[in-house]
Design a binder for this molecule. Structure first.
Ligand code: SF4
Ligand code: SF4
Length: 129
């Protein structure tokens, strides 16, 4: 795809994080509490600050952790919709530049990621009980 770096996908993000994503970001110096929130269903998600992901550099419209960003951010704008399955997110202005091959490749990775996220959320809920 041709990303225009508009930053829309980093605005009020609800991007879920796997433990592997969290550990990768911890290793480069970000303590978990500074970028992770847990929702009521046990999913870990990116924190927002002033309407954007905590890692978004508003001035330069750049991700501060681009090389280390969560897998969900790498797979975006390919997302999973409960109604339609694997789709390209409507809010991305460059969605038409995502090729069929890319949707297929990213879709497969996304299904794997979702299974991991579900498993980790279940484990957290069990620990909360
Ligand atoms: S919304 Fe689309 S074009 Fe804009 S930064 Fe995200 S992926 Fe790139
Ligand atoms: S980690 Fe980077 S790419 Fe992902 S939402 Fe945050 S600023 Fe955007």
């Amino acid at each position: 795809m041709h990303c225009s770096h508009c930053g829309k996908c980093c605005e009020n993000t609800e991007m879920p994080l796997s433990e592997a994503d969290i550990k990768r970001l911890e290793r480069i110096g970000y303590p978990r509490r500074t970028f992770v929130r847990y929702d009521e269903e046990g999913y870990a998600r990116l924190l927002n600050k002033d309407g954007y992901c905590v890692f978004f550099d508003k001035e330069n419209k750049k991700c501060k952790v681009y090389k280390f960003r969560p897998l969900g951010c790498r797979l975006y704008p390919v997302i999973y919709s409960d109604e339609e399955g694997i789709v390209v997110d409507d809010i991305c202005p460059m969605r038409d530049t995502v090729s069929k091959i890319e949707i297929e490749r990213k879709g497969k990775l996304l299904i794997k990621l979702l299974k991991i996220l579900d498993r980790e959320a279940e484990q957290r809920l069990r620990l909360r009980q």
